[in-house]
Design a binder for this molecule. Structure first.
Ligand SMILES: [Fe+2]
Ligand SMILES: [Fe+2]
Length: 162
């Protein structure tokens, strides 16, 4: 595997940080609202919205839009979810068992199941999209052939008139 540049690694770390800030502020907003502090809740939510924009800015550089197709995005999502349920959460679960943290074990079990469902759903969408894409290619091909026939007829006519 080729080594990522420092800046790419930093962008990934910054993306992770902004994403975490976003979710954390949403969580803090929920806590503040439950405590009856609507003003603090709204402030957390407004800031969380800005963190999303910061994270998008990093993603623009990590996954340039001119290289990212819906199919590629689906592949990346399948990769991420598969990593979660085949490597990351099983490892975390194992260590939680060793530490005797039953709440974490239960949480990781839920996440393993959820990530698997997500990966399968993304795969189903990708397969459907691939069929759609193949059908579209056929239509394009028919159109191209029809144009070619017309062009050949026009050329033949021009030749016989000359
Ligand atoms: Fe930020
Ligand atoms: Fe997921």
């Amino acid at each position: 595997m080729d080594k990522k540049s420092i800046t790419i690694q930093n962008l990934e770390a910054a993306f992770a940080g902004e994403s975490m800030a976003h979710i954390k502020y949403r969580y803090f907003a929920k806590v503040a609202r439950a405590a009856g502090d609507e003003e603090t809740a709204r402030h957390f939510e407004a800031t969380a919205d800005q963190e999303v924009q910061h994270a998008f800015g990093h993603l623009d550089l990590l996954y340039p839009k001119d290289k990212l197709t819906p199919a590629r995005a689906l592949e990346l999502a399948i990769e991420g979810e598969t990593y979660e349920y085949t490597e990351m959460y099983p490892k975390f679960r194992h260590l939680a068992v060793e530490e005797g943290n039953q709440a974490a074990v239960a949480e990781f079990d839920e996440q393993i199941a959820e990530s698997k469902v997500h990966a399968e759903a993304f795969r189903a969408v990708l397969e459907k999209a691939a069929k759609r894409f193949a059908a579209l290619t056929k239509v394009e091909e028919r159109h191209a052939n029809a144009y070619k026939e017309v062009l050949a007829r026009v050329n033949a006519k021009a030749k016989s008139a000359a």
